[in-house]
Design a protein around this ligand. Structure first.
Ligand code: ARG
Length: 282
């Protein structure tokens, strides 16, 4: 009897773990199905430059623009009170969709999958507080930059760690981000802890599982603001970066449309407004 109970407990545990594990990726199951339709229907009209998935003809024919993101990065993208993806990038993307006269659909996925997803046409573009880097530029085309940012260090309040004493420490980052690249390439860290979500890094630091977090400025500020005074943001930036939206290489039509809307919003001072609005909300 004891054995059976033990086996059953193990099964229940395994089941519940499987359920937890699949929550994130499966969240998008239904929207993924519909975004697949986007790329499928694109084969029909192979207009010279824009016959690819995500060309403007396809987007207009389908009546929707599909944005790819990773919603663990407030104020740029996070899960809002109603459970849907909110933030600066979704709001900017909504303006792009409005200017094109189509609906906006958002697919939330792991950050490290975004570039591949843009390349394979899983969506039309990535909007994820994504930094322009030379390596990424080889794989996707970037829009105009719409935000300037930098990597910053978060430490436990009162910690003596600075950017000059990072060697030999354990550093938490979001996987495949510029914070990860900094911790991996510029520092002789004892260990780099890579998390799927940006906000998870703060929890690890509060729990004492690492010595420092390297993260983009505004998400880092959000983590510190929500840490009940346990964490502190060091004032010196580690890098200089610019964010842009990413489209599939060669998708010049969509890129032009994105750039036109970005320029309009920047001229109107709207991006700054959205940053302030979401920094207060997130
Ligand atoms: N700016 C950094 C990068 O491009 C981090 C971006 C993380 N974005 C996100 N939505 N989680 O690597």
């Amino acid at each position: 009897m004891k054995k059976i109970v033990a086996i059953m407990t193990a099964c229940v545990l395994a089941l519940s773990m499987a359920a937890c594990g699949s929550k994130n990726p499966d969240q998008n199951a239904s929207s993924e199905a519909s975004s697949a339709a986007v790329s499928e229907s694109s084969g029909a009209e192979a207009s010279a430059a824009s016959g690819e998935a995500g060309g403007l003809d396809t987007i207009k024919a389908n009546g929707k623009l599909v944005m790819l993101t990773n919603a663990t990065f407030p104020p740029f993208e996070y899960i809002g009170d109603d459970g849907s993806v909110a933030g600066v990038d979704p709001d900017v993307a909504a303006e792009i969709a409005k200017d094109l006269g189509v609906e906006l659909e958002i697919l939330d996925m792991n950050f490290d999958l975004l570039i591949e997803a843009v390349k394979s046409g899983k969506g039309d573009f990535a909007a994820a507080g994504m930094t322009i880097t030379p390596e990424r530029q080889e794989q996707v085309d970037f829009s105009k930059e719409y935000v300037k940012s930098a990597q910053y260090l978060i430490v436990q309040k009162g910690s003596s760690i600075t950017k000059d004493t990072l060697d030999g420490t354990t550093i938490a980052v979001q996987e495949s981000t510029t914070g990860d690249f900094y911790a991996s390439d510029e520092v002789q860290a004892k260990e780099v802890m890579r998390f799927k979500g940006a906000t998870e890094t703060g929890a690890a630091l509060i729990a004492g599982k690492c010595d420092a977090v390297i993260l983009d400025k505004l998400p880092a500020e959000a983590i510190v603001a929500n840490s009940n005074g346990k964490l502190e943001l060091l004032p010196d930036p580690l890098t200089e970066e610019s964010y842009a939206f990413a489209v599939k290489k060669g998708n010049a039509e969509l890129l032009d449309a994105i750039n036109a809307t970005l320029q309009r919003l920047m001229d109107e001072g709207k991006i700054d407004e959205l940053v302030t609005e979401h920094a207060n909300a997130a």
